[in-house]
Design a protein around this ligand. Structure first.
Ligand SMILES: [Zn+2]
Length: 300
């Protein structure tokens, strides 16, 4: 039995796995970005929040053998430390796993959230080599090459959310501007809608409007789809894998993006790659992030 935790923008989910079977799951509300802006020692608060969730899981499943955490940020593949996190700017070069391991007598591992989800998708029957794109509060990416997650030498491989798609565009938490995640994430779609319509709505509210045919809401999803198609076409020219899985909360609205995305992707791919990339929405109901986090430490 292993425990996997998938940390998102406004909550985190904890799953207990017996093999590949999810036998227990709980969602915990947690605004870590808000904590980072307010708390004196956000790391201590984040550790305490995650620790209380783990304590609850271990009470129910004391035989769990390990805990893996998928966390949004650049994880040093050698030290396992969180180098930085664009959406949690106060956390720099910190060790999340060590203080948690100090509280529980159980091994801990930390992995980038999107890479963990990529590994989870692969383990659940995905292709040997594949790209995972997580559309949520931000835009994450993970690469599996011949069955193994590839974090890069500095833990930054496949950070497609920070591909610059608009010169001098919207400011991004990574320090640059015009990054993909400022347009193609839930936050980005809200921002686009605000720019077009002047009112603040959550992405799911904009999706509901788009489904009703609202032209401004449809345009916000169109812009996101265009930016994503453009960025992914360049990634595929460099990485040349044939399988892409789209996941994350915003993938529930993929039908609002798919047509524009595919048109832009095909137009921007080099002709030899056109029509050869299998793009599909995750069928794991967001279980992949927890599963991959739980098993990433066993990958090599
Ligand atoms: Zn960025």
């Amino acid at each position: 039995m292993r425990i996997g935790i998938d940390v998102g923008g406004t909550n985190f989910r904890l799953g207990v796995f017996s093999g590949l079977d999810l036998i227990w799951e709980k969602r915990f509300e947690a605004d870590f970005a808000g904590l980072c802006n307010k708390a004196d020692d956000p790391l201590a608060d984040i550790v305490a929040t995650i620790a209380s969730a783990i304590a609850e899981a271990l009470e129910n499943f004391p035989d769990a053998a390990a805990v893996g955490i998928g966390f949004p940020g650049f994880i040093d593949p050698v030290t396992g430390r969180l180098a930085s996190s664009p959406n949690l700017p106060n956390l720099r070069d910190v060790d999340l796993a060590k203080p948690l391991a100090g509280r529980f007598n159980i091994p801990f591992s930390l992995e980038n959230d999107a890479l963990a989800a990529a590994y989870g998708e692969h383990v659940l029957g995905g292709a040997e080599s594949m790209i995972y794109v997580g559309l949520g509060t931000g835009v994450g990416g993970g690469l599996i090459l011949k069955g193994k997650p590839y974090p890069g030498e500095g833990g930054v491989a496949m950070e497609i959310g920070h591909i610059i798609v608009e010169r001098a565009g919207r400011a991004c938490g990574c320090g640059n501007s015009g990054c993909l995640e400022q347009y193609a994430s839930a936050t980005g779609i809200s921002r686009t809608y605000f720019d077009f319509a002047g009112s603040h709505l959550a992405a799911r509210e904009i999706a509901a409007l788009a489904e009703g045919g609202d032209p401004v809401a449809l345009a916000a999803f169109d812009l996101a789809a265009n930016m994503l198609g453009c960025a992914l076409s360049h990634v595929l020219k460099v990485i040349d894998v044939s399988h892409v899985v789209i996941g994350g909360g915003l993938s529930q609205s993929w039908h609002l993006m798919e047509k524009t995305f595919l048109a832009r992707l095909e137009a921007d791919l080099i002709p030899v790659l056109r029509g050869k990339v299998d793009i599909r929405v995750s069928a794991s109901a967001d279980k992949a992030g927890m599963l991959g986090a739980a098993y990433c430490s066993l990958k090599s």
